[in-house]
Design a protein around this ligand. Structure first.
Ligand code: AMP
Ligand code: MG
Length: 484
């Protein structure tokens, strides 16, 4: 990589969109993870670099050829409270790379030192949370859910002070862009309609080129988020911090903090230790997404129509589409989990009754659905996943079986659909925590193993069945690793 791989369309926006800042060098960087498959997708060839050179590159100690690092400005509602200026306090956009398939991707360092937006923060990040983001974002990608990606993690050779001193690290993140709802709020809160218009135009062309107007852009963002949140719910994912600054315009999952996957099915599940009121609980995510999108719509009002009442009517009409779009996406995701291709009357009840059973019996979300797939695959061998443990399970199973058998599509297609909707393995929180604890004390092996298994989540990996076990009581993690 001698020539610059970068273009700089965001840096070409007006100065008020960002503050230029070089990464601040760290003492002795070491490479921990490098995602060579992703590098290849991006057309980056690192094979001529030694690990030492790569570490220096991903730490920001030696500049990426052609990078033009900047900290993006944004605002955001955090747990419902508006903060007019957040911005990249510990992250930098190096530039954009166009991948082999022609998609423009941001390359972004997280933990690269203080910026104009750092406020009281040190601009740095700790190893465990950066590895957590690497692991879970790559697991989400393997599950087929839109997400930012992780290209590399380096340790810095420095400690960061949290509630105790922790090893410091820097993550290199790859995203369709880092434009958030909060980016729009930053300008809207300043009454800077001109900038909102420039940003809307930029984001529209970059992410939704078919959207011809700000209103169509709003529709497109709503639809992308409805699809995304439905996909989260279908694998039991809980984001944990759905603040408006953590919601991407592109429709990718972004900012993996105290996120986690649910074990036993309970719609009220919360993992984040800072989410005291369950604002971001599992089943509340569609509601919160709509709340956040309403904040986006407010920013766009002046662009929708010159007459405020008309603009509000258009925004309301657009926002009203979210619930049915989410419902459609979720129902179709759940039907895939049950191996049902076409929609039929009674499906909603079939899905709802199963979830009720699961909740009543604290059934493991992932394993229950995978067991149903195994059962569909070989009904004669596999023990019923329900009869033994669940009172009315057999009755439900009979109903499902007759609906499944009556479906008018080839059995092999039904089974494939089920397989790719019901992962064998997800990043179980207790496994993730164990791997991160080990990595933090210098043993990266458990992390590497977990990462490798999670790369093929829909494949039955019989040797790793232990990793599919829900936590035993003493292993249970109620609050995720929240050191940042
Ligand atoms: P997050 O909770 O990671 O989404 O971050 C919320 C805001 O706090 C963003 O503006 C971050 O840039 C900022 N921030 C988080 N951690 C730090 C840190 N260690 N130093 C400076 N800013 C930070
Ligand atoms: Mg954030």
């Amino acid at each position: 990589m001698i020539r610059s791989p970068f273009t700089h369309t965001y840096a070409a926006l007006p100065d008020r969109f960002y503050v230029r800042q070089e990464p601040l060098p760290v003492r002795s960087p070491e490479l921990v993870m490098l995602n060579t498959a992703l590098a290849t997708e991006l057309g980056l060839n690192f094979s001529y670099y030694s690990d030492k050179e790569l570490a220096a590159l991903f730490a920001g100690n030696t500049p990426f050829p052609g990078a033009d690092p900047l900290a993006m400005a944004y605002a955001g509602h955090q747990f419902g409270h508006f903060v007019p200026q957040l911005g990249d306090g510990r992250a930098l956009l190096l530039g954009e790379i166009t991948s082999a398939s022609g998609q423009r991707r941001d390359i972004h360092l997280k933990g690269s030192g203080r910026t104009a937006f750092s406020r009281q923060g040190d601009g740095r990040a700790a190893l465990a949370p950066m590895l957590r983001e690497y692991l879970i974002s790559e697991a989400m990608h393997a599950l087929g859910i839109p997400t930012t990606r992780a290209l590399a993690v380096v340790t810095t050779g420095e400690t960061v002070q949290r509630d105790k001193p922790l090893p410091g690290a820097i993550l290199t993140r790859v995203a369709a862009s880092h434009i958030r709802i909060g980016t729009f709020q930053y300008f809207a809160a300043r009454g800077d309609v001109d900038s909102v218009r420039i940003l809307t135009d930029y984001a529209r062309k970059r992410h939704y080129p078919d959207a011809a107007s700000p209103l169509e852009f709003l529709h497109a963002v709503l639809e992308a988020q409805a699809t995304l949140i439905a996909a989260w719910l279908c694998v039991g994912f809980i984001h944990g911090v759905m603040n408006t600054d953590n919601m991407s315009i592109s429709g990718e999952t972004i900012d993996y903090g105290p996120c986690a996957f649910m074990d036993a099915y309970d719609p009220k599940t919360v993992f984040s230790s800072i989410d005291r009121n369950g604002r971001y609980a599992y089943a509340n995510q569609p509601t919160i997404a709509l709340w956040n999108l309403t904040r986006l719509a407010e920013c766009l009002l002046p662009l929708l129509d010159d007459a405020p009442p008309r603009a509000e009517a258009l925004a309301t009409e657009a926002l009203n589409r979210f619930a049915p779009e989410f419902e459609t996406a979720w129902q179709s995701g759940m039907r895939r989990k049950l191996g049902l291709s076409a929609e039929e009357a009674g499906d909603a009840a079939l899905i709802g009754d199963l979830l009720q059973l699961m909740q009543r019996h604290k059934a493991d979300f992932t394993n229950t659905f995978r067991a149903l797939y195994d059962h569909a695959l070989s009904p004669e061998n596999a023990p019923s996943p329900f009869a033994a443990t669940i009172d009315t399970g057999q009755e439900w199973l009979n109903r499902w079986r007759s609906r499944f058998d009556a479906t008018n599509s080839p059995r092999s297609e039904q089974l494939e659909m089920m397989r790719y909707a019901n992962p064998f393995i997800i990043p179980r929180n207790h496994q993730v925590e164990n791997a991160l604890m080990a990595a933090q004390t210098g043993d990266i092996k458990p992390f590497e193993t977990l990462h490798r298994i999670l790369a093929a989540p829909y494949t039955t990996q019989a040797d790793y069945r232990d990793y599919t076990n829900p936590p035993k009581d003493k292993e249970r993690v109620f609050k995720t690793f929240c050191g940042t």
